[in-house]
Design a protein around this ligand. Structure first.
Ligand SMILES: [Zn+2]
Length: 306
């Protein structure tokens, strides 16, 4: 999973240390990742293998007036500290090619950089969307080195939220995979089904409900395969495979334009002749499809939507 990689030690016990951010901002050895409109400075990796690296900098005056958060260290003890600094839209040109977002470069980053940019993106997105107290509506303020927000009126604490979503490969008794084209996908685009978990619902229950809702298929044997954060803006994608006990497709027209069962030969041909475009490498959908297919699928990444 491209966005589930480790490398960053979050050291959550340090977040409540008074003055931690000031100490780290005064230390030129601290590495700052700056996000402007969700995009960080990147450079091609020295290896020349298509990989990219994040370009960190030392803290400077710009960081003093901004939202800054402590992300962690690159070692369990000692090591280098990493800070997130969130700039405003005017701090970078919209078309600056040296700045890219996680979705564009996440699969090409090394483990440490991927962990840092995934965490930084999720945290920045949460702060940008949760500036007001859900109890009384007052403007809230960051605390715990950027990991919570506190209401100054009623002192309520607000923690970053993550929205669980299930995503599932549905396979029938002939080992065919179900793919569907969501509304807004490219004409060739298809993927596995996914949906948000509702209040009061188990993960397996959400898998079964979403599949019935979207394509009218009943599933059993829901089995966990893996998960990854998907901070666009705040999801955790939890991947499953499920066995279809019915195969007739009844589409939910508001969400699904088309759906089809593929055996491996049909799938291989459609990928090869370009009539089928699947989710990009960074996505858990791609991993679920490859898990069914039995090997990595080597096609150029193209957006599923649009
Ligand atoms: Zn409040």
């Amino acid at each position: 999973m491209a966005l589930s990689r480790g490398g960053l030690d979050r050291h959550s016990e340090l977040r409540t240390e008074p003055g931690l951010l000031d100490v780290l901002l005064d230390d030129p050895a601290t590495r700052v990742v700056e996000l402007v409109d969700g995009r960080a400075e990147i450079a091609e990796a020295d290896e020349g293998d298509g990989g990219v690296v994040l370009r960190y900098r030392s803290p400077d005056e710009r960081d003093r007036g901004r939202f800054v958060a402590y992300l962690g260290h690159d070692a369990p003890t000692g090591g280098t500290a990493y800070l997130l600094s969130v700039g405003s839209d005017g701090d970078a040109a919209p078309e600056d090619p040296t700045r890219r977002g996680l979705r564009a470069v996440g699969a090409r980053l090394g483990d440490l950089d991927a962990g840092i940019l995934t965490t930084a993106t999720g945290l920045a997105n949460w702060h940008a969307r949760h500036g007001f107290c859900s109890q009384c509506g007052s403007a809230t303020e960051p605390a715990h080195s950027g990991w919570i927000r506190v209401c100054p009126v009623d002192q309520s604490e607000h923690y970053p939220r993550t929205d669980p979503a299930v995503i599932m490969s549905v396979v029938d008794d002939r080992d065919r995979l179900l793919l569907a084209r969501g509304v807004g996908f490219a004409p060739q685009g298809m993927s596995v089904l996914a949906g948000f978990v509702e209040p009061g619902e188990s993960l397996a229950g959400a898998v079964a409900r979403e599949v019935v809702e979207e394509v009218g298929v009943t599933v059993q044997d829901v089995t966990y395969l893996g998960d990854q954060p998907w901070p666009f803006p705040s999801s955790l994608m939890i991947g499953f495979t499920a066995r279809a006990v019915s195969t007739e497709l009844t589409l939910q027209e508001s969400e699904i334009e088309a759906a089809q069962w593929f055996d491996r030969d049909e799938f291989s041909r459609a990928i090869a002749d370009g009539s089928l475009r699947i989710s990009q490498r960074i996505s858990i959908a791609r991993r679920l499809i490859e898990h069914w297919y039995g090997e990595e699928i080597d096609v150029p990444d193209r957006p599923l939507k649009g």
